[in-house]
Design a protein around this ligand. Structure first.
Ligand SMILES: [Zn+2]
Length: 83
């Protein structure tokens, strides 16, 4: 069994405050900045984590296959986790 608590996290590079890993990706990292690289790593790992959790399914889905969450409901859950 695996339990993960709710994580609220925000990060911004002090030198490149406009850098957005989701929008700018690897090509947006200026001068090989380590802080921006970490933001990109965190974003990519989070994306993989969310995808893996979605693939695994929610506990509701596993216990009651007849009551599956709609993609919209699941999306709302993820936003609740993130914000
Ligand atoms: Zn930076």
């Amino acid at each position: 069994m695996l339990k993960i608590g709710t994580v609220k996290w925000k990060g911004r590079c002090g030198k490149h405050q406009g850098y957005d890993p989701e929008q700018d990706g690897e090509g947006g990292i200026r001068g090989g900045c380590g802080r921006c690289r970490l933001l990109l790593d965190i974003f990519q790992h989070h994306t993989r984590l969310v995808r893996a959790m979605r693939e695994f399914g929610t506990s509701d889905e596993r216990q009651k296959p007849s009551r599956r969450k709609t993609p919209e409901e699941f999306q709302t859950m993820l936003f609740d986790m993130a914000d």
